[in-house]
Every structure is written in C-alpha cells, then in structure tokens.
Ligand binder design. Structure first.
Ligand code: MG
Length: 252
C-alpha cells in the first residue's frame, strides 16, 4: 500500500494506491479516513507525499560513507536538521547555488512519522511510523566542510527531494538503496548496513524532540556520494518504495 499526494481539481490531495488501484483519501491520512473516488496516478502531477514540520537527518550512518569522508565511526547518531522549506517532490528541479561550490547527492531512506513520538523506546518505535519514502539529502559539500555545523550546507531550498510515495507497512531493515545520476549507479547499498537502525534512531531523536505526524527522519547515506551539475538527472531508488527522480538546474 502506498500513499501519494497529487494535484486534484487544483488542490493537493492524498491518494492511497493498493493492488494497482488508486483512490482519494477522504479525511486525514494520519488519522481517520475513508477511501473515496478512484483517480488515475498515471500522468498525475505528484507532490511531496507529506509536508514535514521538520526533517531530522542522520550523518555518517553507513560505515563506508564515514570512511570516504575520512571521519571516524560515530559512537552515537549524529543528528542535524534540514528546513521544511527545502522539500520538493518527484520531478521537481534541484536548484544549484553555483557560488556554493560542489553540490552532492545523498540517497537516503526517509522514515515518515505517523503518530506523535516523544520519549519512545526502540521496541515501540515502529508503531509511530507511517511508512517509508526515498529522500535525497542534497549537500553543498564545500560549505559543509567550511562551516562548523550543517545548516547552510544542507538547508538550501530544493535540497530535500522526497517521494515518490510513502510505502506503508514496509520493514525498513533490509532494503536496497541506490543513488543514480544520468543512468549511472553511483551509490548502491542496503539499509542492512546502517550503523544505527530505524527503531534506534526514533528512540534517539524522540528523546530530544517530539516528532509530529509527517515529520521525516533521513537515515544517512551510503558511500558513492558525488557532485551534481546543471542538466543532470538524479534518482534515488529504494526497494519496495520506488524511484524519486529530480532534474538539476542552476539557481537563477
Ligand atoms: Mg545525509
């Protein structure tokens, strides 16, 4: 089962797709709803499937990526935030601030919170998850190296592509994750390689801040990150979820 958001008669609407049939969500996709009229997903303009109040991202959560960044393995999750204004949907353009130096793709599993989570234990964590999406933690790498923290490097508008859907009821523990640029696979790993798994991350983050329905945890990226250029097409592909593809343009 997958949750999408589309433009329907000029308004954003959630859609649930099950067994090849898509129907409008009547009510609150995070709470009580019924399935309404059937709609066509083919050719529909897909929007980001959720609008998070915040995105909590985890750095250095794959061993091979920590190695390629010449950083020691973290002893606990390294967390930072990306602003909600960075979110774009499938097919939207990533706008490169050309003054900022190298801009890298980071293919990541995105965990979408379904139920308010505060002080949640790992054993209970999955009960607070709505589902899983593809995310791209786009990063201005030179600014990341230059600044003490990541707000500027990770916070540009369009630097958080999310989508194409939220896959509901999917186990996050062993999913293939790929980052593809212009058809060439640059990143290829599995969430099996995560240093800190999804339940642990939810416990860790929710000990600090309350996670609200729609909030997103980006779980970190495997090795193979690299620069994007205007004209590129970048895809994050995750087993059981689908493909999130974005074009890359110059910020005008
Ligand atoms: Mg990242």
């Amino acid at each position: 089962m997958r949750l999408y958001c589309i433009t329907h008669n000029g308004s954003p609407r959630h859609v649930i797709e099950r067994d090849g049939e898509a129907r409008l969500v009547e009510g609150d996709a995070f709470d009580a709803y019924e399935l309404g009229a059937p709609v066509a997903l083919d050719g529909a303009a897909l929007l980001p499937p959720v609008r998070p109040s915040k995105i909590v991202a985890i750095g250095l959560n794959y061993r091979d990526h920590a190695a390629e960044m010449n950083k020691p393995l973290p002893r606990e999750p390294l967390m930072f935030m990306k602003p909600s204004t960075a979110v774009v949907g499938p097919g939207d353009a990533i706008r490169m601030p050309m003054w900022a130096g190298e801009i890298h793709h980071e293919a990541e599993l995105a965990v979408v919170i379904g139920r308010r989570a505060s002080q949640v234990k790992a054993a209970d964590a999955m009960g607070h998850v709505l589902g899983l999406a593809c995310g791209n933690d786009v990063t201005a790498r030179e600014l990341q190296r230059k600044d003490v923290q990541y707000t500027r490097a990770k916070g540009f508008d369009t630097f958080a592509p999310l989508g194409p859907c939220v896959a509901l009821g999917l186990d996050p523990s062993a999913l293939a994750v790929e980052g593809v640029v212009n058809g060439t696979v640059r990143q290829s790993s599995s969430t099996r390689e995560l240093i800190f798994g999804v339940p642990h991350l939810i416990e860790f983050v929710s000990r600090v801040m309350t996670l609200l329905p729609g909030d997103v945890i980006l779980t970190g990226t495997p090795s193979g990150v690299g620069p994007l250029a205007p004209g590129d097409t970048v895809t994050v592909r995750i087993e059981g979820i689908g493909e999130l593809t974005n074009s890359v343009v110059e910020q005008s």
